[in-house]
Design a protein around this ligand. Sequence first.
Ligand SMILES: O=C(O)c1ccccc1NCC(=O)[C@H](O)[C@H](O)COP(=O)(O)O
Length: 259
Amino acid sequence: MNILLRIVADKRQEVNLRKSVVPSSQLERAELVNRTPFSLANRLRESTTGIIAEHKRRSPSKNVINHSFAVCEVAKGYENAGASALSVLTDAKYFGGSLDDLIVARASCSLPILRKEFIIDTYQILEAKAYGADAILLIAAILTPEEILQFSTFAKQLGLDVLLEIHNTDDLKKSLLPSIDIIGVNNRDLKTFTVSLETSKTLSSLIPEEFVKISESGISSVAAVKSLQPYGFKGFLIGEHFMKTDNAGQSAKAFINQL
Ligand SMILES: O=C(O)c1ccccc1NCC(=O)[C@H](O)[C@H](O)COP(=O)(O)O
């Protein structure tokens, strides 16, 4: 079983449990549900650097990356560094994240925040809004075209932007909907965990102009970003490269200053 299937099987159990503890009606009463989200897509369109800096403690491919940072320091550090947006992994089992990380990040910075999660139910989209996210991730490989339509439409009704992640042309064919704002090409092969920026470069010309294009995973140098920009990428999702250092904010600042 590949890692995504394993994560999704666990996620179904987790979401059922969460729903029984905190029903949707309770999420709907959360203060942040009434907040007007920032547009991640617009922020990337306006940005010249487009760095989406990620808070990431651990991962299936690298195991522990960094457990010693406070989320509020990382969020403030990335904002001071000039990042265009913040990505917060909220999965606990595989990434060491939580919804508490999301709410702390929201209180700590004014960047658009992406809830980086394995979304398989509209309940998680309502959670994203209730905990202060501005955008959600949908992963084409784990969703049917009907689910992508249903989930992205619901997110747009809540005012959230939608990033749809693809790995190949089959994923891309499921994604060309008006309710999708951003298409992200993931450079990490989730069967082997190898990363190749060629995945982004190869798929870039197949993504229609109306979508903001971003490249995700395995980006570890300024040269890599510069090599992707001519392919039309406006955003670059970077986690491990910043989080593995002693100071994620400083690392992001040094990186962004060279762009
Ligand atoms: O990072 C992983 O090992 C991973 C494994 C399985 C599913 C998703 C995974 N990562 C989620 C992400 O998309 C990355 O955290 C994000 O693109 C940043 O990647 P990186 O800069 O390589 O940390």
